[in-house]
Design a binder for this molecule. Sequence first.
Ligand code: SF4
Length: 354
Amino acid sequence: MNRDYISRKKTKKIRIGDTFIGGDSPITVQSMTNTDTRNALATVNQIKRLEDEGCSIVRVAVPDNEAAEAIRDIKKSIHIPLVADIHFDYRLAIACMKNGADKIRLNPGNIGDKDRVRMVVEVAKERQIPIRIGVNSGSLEKDVMAKFGGVTPEAMVESALGHARILEELNFYDIVFSLKASNVPMTIAAYRMMSEKTDYPLHIGVTEAGTIYKGTVKSSVGLGCLLAEGIGDTIRVSLTGDPVEEIKAGNEILKSLGLKKGGVEFISCPTCGRCQVDLISIAGRIEERLSKVDKDIKVAVMGCAVNGPGEAKEADIGIAGGKGEVLLFKKGEIIRKIPQERAVEEFLEEIHRL
Ligand code: SF4
C-alpha cells in the first residue's frame, strides 16, 4: 500500500541550525511571523504557537537595527531555526548573523557593491549560515525584465541565477532559492525551470496567495503540483491571516501527497441522500478533537452502508452510519452499534484506547 509514487529530485543538503533543507532530509514546513519583530515577546509567543502546530523553520522581517537586535532575544526563547529576512542593508544582515540568526534571506544583487557582499559572505562562511536568494515576481530587476519583455518565469530564473553568481564568485555555495509569483502557473513554470538548472535546494511557495480559504487553495494547487513532480525541499504557504493557518495548510499539503508521515489520517465521506445520521456534525467534531491527538493512525467517518464499511474496515477506527445510529469498527472488525448522539464520544474513547 505504501508505495512511493513521487520521486524527489536530489538536491544539495544545506544545514540551517539543527535542521536540514534538501538532499534526503524531510520536506520542511515554514512560516513567517507577522508581529513587529522589534517586539521580541510578541514574536516569541507567535513562534511558540507555530512550533506547536509543527512549524520547522521560522522567518522574521528585519527592517531596522532594533529588529536586528531583537533577534538575540527571540533566538534564546525558541526551538526552531530562525531566518532573518533582509532587504538592501548589508549591515542588518551582518548584525542578524552575529545575533544568532540561522539563515538569512537576502538578494546579494540588491545590497550594493561587491565589498558589502564580501563582508556579508565572510560572516556567513565563518558561522556556516546559509543564504536564501528570494526572487519575487513583484520586484524583478528592471534590466532582467527588459531582457525578457516583462515578468516571466525565464526572467525570474535569470534573476535568481544572477544573484547566486555573485555569491559563487566569492566561493559561497550554501544557497537556497525561491522564485515566487502570485500567479500559480507562472510559479510552477519558474520552479520547474529552476529545478532543471540547479541542484541547490528550493524553497517553494506561491506569494501573496490571498486570504485563508483562497490562499490555501492556490497554494495547494501550486505547491501540490510541484511536489508531485519531486520539486521542492521546504514549503511556505503565504496567507493573509494567522500564520498558524499556514503551518496547518502546509502540513496537510505534505500529508496529502504522502510526503509527511505520521499523525492522524482523516477520511470522511461527503454524505449524500443515503446518509441517515448527522454525519457533517459528527465528522466536524471528531476532526476538531483529533487535531491535538499525536497518534499515527487512520480514521474513517462514513455516512452509510454502501461505501462506509469498506473504508471503515481499512481504518484503525471507523464508523459507518445507519439509521440514527452508527456501526463502530476497530482494526477491521465491527465492535458495536452506537446511537448517533454518542458517536463522537465513543469514537474518541476508542482512539485513546489504541
Ligand atoms: S458513504 Fe454512503 S452516505 Fe457517504 S457519500 Fe458514500 S454513499 Fe453517500
